[in-house]
Design a protein around this ligand. Structure first.
Ligand code: ATP
Ligand code: FE
Length: 337
């Protein structure tokens, strides 16, 4: 079974080939045009996807050593994401599937982030989580705690009521005048700073839900007050600010995850999404494994942010279940419940 996976939900154009569950190639073209705008510009993203998608798919096939006619099915990200971006991947998948007369499989981007844990780099790879497990999904657009019961059965038990964790990193980085995306930059500076230098309030939210917009606002006000006394405050305290901010975000994330693990008595815990690249969050997982006997699953860096390997593996499992989609499948920008 040769599955081609296509990802185009945001600003990365990606394609990957998975053969019988084993990854053969994983190509990604990250768009640079957005950097100077401090955020993704949807129209530019869509246009860049159009330019990138054919070369990216060709490269993925070439690297995998798979001819187009040897493909079994095409999996593509149907949503959620930016509509104009999703349309490029969806339309391309439809075109290719028609031309090759092979089935199409629609993939939910968030489920794909979770299923990234099932990507096998070789057939003897045994590191997959076992069901049920908890997954903390922390990305640019989402922060969720998910009970993963099977490859397709996922129950979201908690989620952010406003900003996502990645957004908190990105917006606070913007306030400090750091580049975009801010998450990795904050992480780098945080490694050089004191996480206990500044204290920021944590939100009081019910259940397993999250909220990050208050943190962003109090961070902004804190800086505004300090800048009145010292116009170089940010420059002089960049590392400590980043370390303290990062610690606060991680504490917020881990508090609820720990509560969920305890309440549901599930000690197998995974993390997924772009923010799972964060070294402080990874350390917190290691720490919880030690302290609470968690069996943890942390993805390789390449499988944290958007990639097509996670789409292809999701497609692989749906293929095994005979779950295909029809030609009239339209992309969706948001999750509707
Ligand atoms: P979604 O998957 O919810 O649609 P997305 O695809 O835009 O959103 P991802 O690509 O999974 O999100 O993740 C991007 C986010 O991850 C950005 O907010 C970025 O700042 C953050 N991020 C990446 N690396 C790090 C890091 N080392 N530390 C903190 N945040 C990081
Ligand atoms: Fe994503």
């Amino acid at each position: 079974i040769n599955i081609l996976g296509i990802e185009s939900s945001c600003d990365d154009t990606a394609a990957a080939v998975i053969q019988d569950g084993v990854l053969l190639s994983n190509i990604i073209s990250s768009q640079k045009v957005h950097e100077s705008y401090g955020g993704v510009v949807p129209e530019l993203a869509s246009r860049a996807h159009q330019q990138n998608i054919i070369p990216v798919v060709d490269e993925a096939l070439k690297k995998a050593g798979i001819a187009r006619r040897d493909l079994t099915a095409i999996a593509f990200t149907r949503g959620p994401g930016l509509m104009g971006s999703l349309l490029v991947g969806t339309s391309f998948a439809k075109g290719l599937s028609t031309a090759l007369n092979i089935p199409m499989i629609d993939v939910n981007h968030l489920q794909a982030h979770v299923l990234a844990h099932f990507i096998k780099e070789d057939k003897d790879d045994q590191n997959q989580p076992s069901f049920p497990f908890l997954c903390l999904l922390v990305s640019g657009g989402n922060s969720q705690i998910i009970v993963v019961k099977s490859h397709k059965e996922m129950e979201i038990i908690g989620q952010t009521i406003d900003d996502a964790a990645g957004e908190a990193f990105d917006k606070c980085a913007k306030v400090m005048g750091l580049g975009y995306p801010g998450g990795p930059i904050v992480n780098k500076l945080a490694n050089l700073g004191d996480p206990n230098k500044f204290k920021f309030n944590k939100p009081h939210i019910q259940g397993y839900n999250y909220s990050f917009s208050g943190l962003k606002t109090s961070f902004l006000y804190f800086l505004r007050d300090e800048l009145k006394n010292d116009s170089d405050f940010i420059d002089n305290n960049k590392e400590d600010l980043c370390a303290s901010l990062q610690k606060t975000i991680i504490d917020i994330l881990m508090d609820k995850l720990r509560k969920a693990s305890k309440d549901l008595n599930i000690k197998e815990v995974a993390v997924a999404g772009g923010v799972s690249a964060n070294s402080g969050l990874r350390d917190a997982f290691e720490d919880h494994a030690q302290r609470f006997g968690w069996k943890i699953h942390i993805p390789k860096f390449g499988y944290t942010t958007d990639n097509a390997a996670m789409v292809a593996i999701s497609g692989h499992y749906k293929y095994l279940d005979n779950e295909f989609c029809s030609m009239d499948a339209a992309p969706f920008a948001r999750v509707t419940v």
